[in-house]
Ligand binder design. Structure first.
Ligand SMILES: [Ca+2]
Ligand SMILES: [Ca+2]
Ligand SMILES: [Ca+2]
Ligand SMILES: [Ca+2]
Length: 296
C-alpha cells in the first residue's frame, strides 16, 4: 500500500470513529400499558461507554433526554444513573401506532445526550412497544341485519360484517362462531393472505318465507389473547319474498242455484281466492279481491 492509500485509509477510519461516536443507537423492548416507574434499562451500563480514565471530565457524567417537539414523555431517564423508567403517561400501543399497519412493529423513539462535552455523544434510543391484549374485538353494531331471498340455493354464502380488534397478532381476531344457531344456517371463516378473517353465513337448508320470515341468532367473536377477550352481536336474518306461489281459489268447485226469472246483474255467488304461496300449507293466507259472480 503506497503512502497516499495509507493516508486515505486513515481518514476513512477516523471518519468512521467520529460517526460511531455520534450515531450510537440502543434498542429496548417494553410492554404497553405498564404502570409508572417500571424499569426498562440502564443506559450507563447498556451503552458500554468505556470511558477513558485518562480523560478528565469537567463535570460528572450525565444523561439528558431530548424528546421530539410536542411528544408526551413516555419514558424518563435519570440524569446521573442513566436508569430508564416508565412515566405516569401510559404507553398505549394502539394510540401510539394507530396509523401504522398492523404487521409493522411499533416504536417509540427518543435521543439522549451524554454529557459533559469531553465525552459528548447523542444516542438514539428506540423502544419496541410490545402489544398486550387490552382490547376485546367488537362488531360495528350490536345488531347485524342480513336479508336473504327465500329462493336462495343451498350453500350460498353471505358476508357478515367483520368485527374489529385494534390489538395485533394473536391478540387480534382469531375466531367467529354462532352461539345461538339454527339448522338453516352455518358459519364459515375466510382468511385473507394478510391474515384477516371474514365471517360468512352459509345457507344450509331451503328457505320458505311463508313458513318463517325471520331468524335470530347470536354471533360471537374472540381474540387469541391469554385470557381471550370476546363479544357478541345479534345476527338477524330476514327472508325476503319472491313470487313463488300462484293464487288459489278457496273452493275448487262451486255449485249455485239461480231462479229462472232472476234479472240480469243478480249476484249469485262470491268467489274467494287467497295469495297462499307455500304450495302445501297456508298458515297466514293473504285474502285477495273477492269478485261477485253475476248474471250477464
Ligand atoms: Ca393499549
Ligand atoms: Ca384483543
Ligand atoms: Ca394492545
Ligand atoms: Ca313467496
Amino acid at each position: 500500500m503506497d503512502l497516499a492509500s495509507q493516508a486515505h485509509a486513515l481518514v476513512v477510519l477516523l471518519t468512521c470513529m467520529v460517526l460511531l461516536c455520534w450515531a450510537q443507537e440502543r434498542d429496548y423492548t417494553v410492554k404497553e400499558e405498564q404502570p409508572e416507574n417500571v424499569r426498562i434499562g440502564n443506559l450507563r451500563k447498556d451503552l458500554d461507554l468505556n470511558l477513558d480514565p485518562n480523560i478528565r471530565l469537567s463535570s460528572p457524567l450525565q444523561f439528558k433526554p431530548v424528546y421530539k417537539t410536542g411528544d408526551v414523555p413516555l419514558v424518563r431517564v435519570e440524569a446521573n444513573t442513566g436508569e430508564i423508567f416508565t412515566t405516569n403517561h401510559r404507553i398505549d400501543r394502539e394510540k401510539l401506532c394507530s396509523g401504522v399497519f398492523a404487521e409493522k412493529r411499533c416504536f417509540y423513539e427518543i435521543e439522549v445526550a451524554v454529557l459533559p462535552d469531553e465525552i459528548f455523544r447523542l444516542v438514539k434510543i428506540r423502544f419496541l412497544i410490545e402489544d398486550v391484549n387490552d382490547n376485546a374485538p367488537l362488531f360495528q353494531s350490536t345488531v347485524i341485519n342480513i336479508s336473504i331471498p327465500e329462493n336462495t340455493a343451498i350453500n350460498t354464502r353471505y358476508p357478515v360484517p367483520s368485527a374489529f380488534d385494534p390489538d395485533v397478532g394473536i391478540n387480534g381476531i382469531q375466531h367467529y362462531e354462532l352461539v345461538k344457531s339454527v339448522s338453516e344456517f352455518g358459519l364459515d371463516i375466510i382468511e385473507t393472505p394478510e391474515g384477516d378473517k371474514w365471517p360468512q353465513l352459509i345457507v344450509q337448508q331451503y328457505l320458505d318465507r311463508e313458513q318463517k320470515d325471520t331468524f335470530v341468532m347470536k354471533i360471537k367473536v374472540e381474540d387469541g389473547g391469554n385470557p381471550p377477550k370476546s363479544s357478541t352481536a345479534i345476527l338477524q336474518v330476514t327472508i325476503s319474498d319472491v313470487n313463488d306461489n300462484r293464487p288459489i281459489f278457496k273452493d275448487s268447485e262451486l255449485e249455485v242455484s239461480v231462479p229462472e226469472n232472476a234479472p240480469m246483474g243478480t249476484s249469485v255467488a262470491q268467489l274467494h281466492a287467497y295469495g297462499c304461496r307455500s304450495g302445501f300449507q297456508c298458515a297466514d293466507p293473504l285474502r285477495l279481491q273477492q269478485p261477485d259472480l253475476c248474471l250477464n
